[in-house]
Design a protein around this ligand. Structure first.
Ligand SMILES: NC(=O)c1ccc[n+]([C@@H]2O[C@H](COP(=O)([O-])OP(=O)(O)OC[C@H]3O[C@@H](n4cnc5c(N)ncnc54)[C@H](OP(=O)(O)O)[C@@H]3O)[C@@H](O)[C@H]2O)c1
Length: 252
């Protein structure tokens, strides 16, 4: 029997999850709920048939999105929220559902390289097993017991791809200032980053840094600037700010 899924909110993540689920797997049927639903009858039927309902709207749209579909929820359906910050307690309050999974994936799942953390609530052992199998179809993942770990992961892996893109963008701009064309800059940075991601598997990061940076050399000159400007502290402060914001969203 096919696993049926309704995704509420069909933006960047909703679409990426649908793609990950329906890629090669013919055992999953995905329905979507977009804003301003035109045919509520069909949508209602699909929601009732669904084993899993994925909430992929922005946190500020959660109340409205849940309100519009709430009456179609089936008792057995498991609600999976991927919204940053929104707590399980709040999800129970808004949805009236008791079987809930709060999960924090990342955009990596759109290229088969996602990582997610999740916590389930109100699930029987067999439901938790089914949920785990289902999440495995979407992304690499691990379960956590403390819900606050989800806020912490949000600040690291949920937001993380943006930190990486920011660094790449800064490097491309620095390339431009050295006189490279846009196309040359992008090629230099892209190949460097994709190769570094592969090389990362070959050792721990401090050893890898040393492999590139010889004593008194060019890389060391650059690393000195990073250290002098306290790059480590900047990264740590940025992650803390994201973590704080995830907690704030939970109380909003
Ligand atoms: N983007 C990421 O990398 C990422 C990673 C992990 C988790 N998340 C979480 O995933 C959620 C979605 O993020 P996103 O980046 O995919 O946002 P997004 O691209 O803005 O997608 C949200 C979608 O939900 C739609 N929507 C709004 N209200 C709705 C309603 N009442 N019913 C149905 N659809 C409705 C929006 O339509 P309109 O555009 O017309 O308003 C939009 O298409 C967020 O809660 C975020 O915290 C995102």
């Amino acid at each position: 029997m096919k696993t049926k899924v309704t995704i509420i909110g069909f933006g960047t993540m909703g679409r990426a999850i649908a793609k990950a689920l329906s890629g090669n797997d013919r055992t999953v049927k995905v329905f979507s709920v977009e804003k301003n639903i035109k045919n509520m009858n069909i949508t209602g039927k699909n929601i009732r048939k669904s084993n899993f309902l994925i909430l992929a709207v922005k946190p500020q749209d959660a109340k409205e999105a849940i309100k519009q579909v709430k009456k179609y929820f089936d008792k057995k359906t498991i609600l999976i929220s991927i919204m940053a910050g929104v707590s399980i307690k709040k999800l129970i309050y808004l949805s009236g559902r008791k079987k809930i999974i709060r999960m924090m994936p990342n955009l990596g799942l759109s290229v088969g390289q996602g990582i997610a953390v999740w916590k389930g609530m109100g699930l029987s052992k067999s439901e938790a097993r089914k949920a785990k199998n289902f999440i495995n179809k979407i992304t690499d993942n691990f379960e956590v017991q403390d819900e606050d770990v989800i806020n912490k992961a949000t600040a690291v892996s949920g937001s993380g791809p943006a930190y990486f893109f920011l660094l790449a963008d800064c490097l491309i701009k620095a390339c431009g200032r050295l006189g490279f064309t846009k196309n040359e800059s992008r090629r230099l940075v892209e190949k460097t980053f994709s190769a570094s991601a592969l090389l990362a598997r070959t050792g721990d990061y401090s050893t890898l840094v040393k492999k590139v940076a010889s004593k008194g050399g060019t890389t060391e000159a650059a690393l000195k600037v990073f250290r002098k400007r306290n790059f480590d502290k900047i990264v740590s402060e940025a992650v803390r700010a994201a973590y704080k914001r995830a907690k704030e969203l939970g109380h909003a």
